[in-house]
Write a protein of this length. Sequence first.
Length: 176
Amino acid sequence: MNPFGERSSTHSTWPVILTMYNLPTWLCPKRKYLLLSVLIQGPKHPGIDIDVFHEPLMQEMETLWKEAINIFDCSARQTFNLRAIIFVTIHDYQALFVLSRQIKGRTGCTVCVDGTVLSFLEGSRKLVYLGYRRFLVEGHRYRSKKFYNIFDGRPELHSAPVQRDGHYVFNMVRTI
C-alpha cells in the first residue's frame, strides 16, 4: 500500500526511536521502553532536509538537558529532577552520512574526520577519498612497493587514525 497515492509502490519511512539507557541492558530493547518520537514519511528519503524533522525533537531534548523537569517516581514515592541527553545514535550508513554531513567535501570519512586523505580529479571534477591502506596493519603486503602502482602509485606511510574518545568529541561539539 502506498500512502502517497502514486502508482508506484515506493515510498520512504524513517522512524526516530528513543530509548532509555539507564535501564538494565535486557530492558533497553523491549518495546515498552522504545519511544517513537518522529516518523518521517514521504515519496523519497528526506536527505539533508532531515534536520527540519529533527529540530522539534532536538529543542525538546535541549530543554530537558538545561531545565530539569520535576517528575514523581511511583516506586520510590518521591519526586526527582529528570534530565535527558542524546547519548548515542544508531543508524544505517545512509543516515550516518546525511546526519553527520561528512560524506561530501573535505571530511568525507566519519572515522578520519579532519584527517581525511583526498584528491580532486580534474577530468571528472570529483573528490576521491584515498588513504584506505593506512587501516591495514604495518607490514601488510598491500603496503609493499610491489603494490604501489595498483593503488595510487605512492607508498602508504601513515597509520590508521586514532580512535576519538569522548573528551575529543565533546570538545568538537561543545560550542555548537
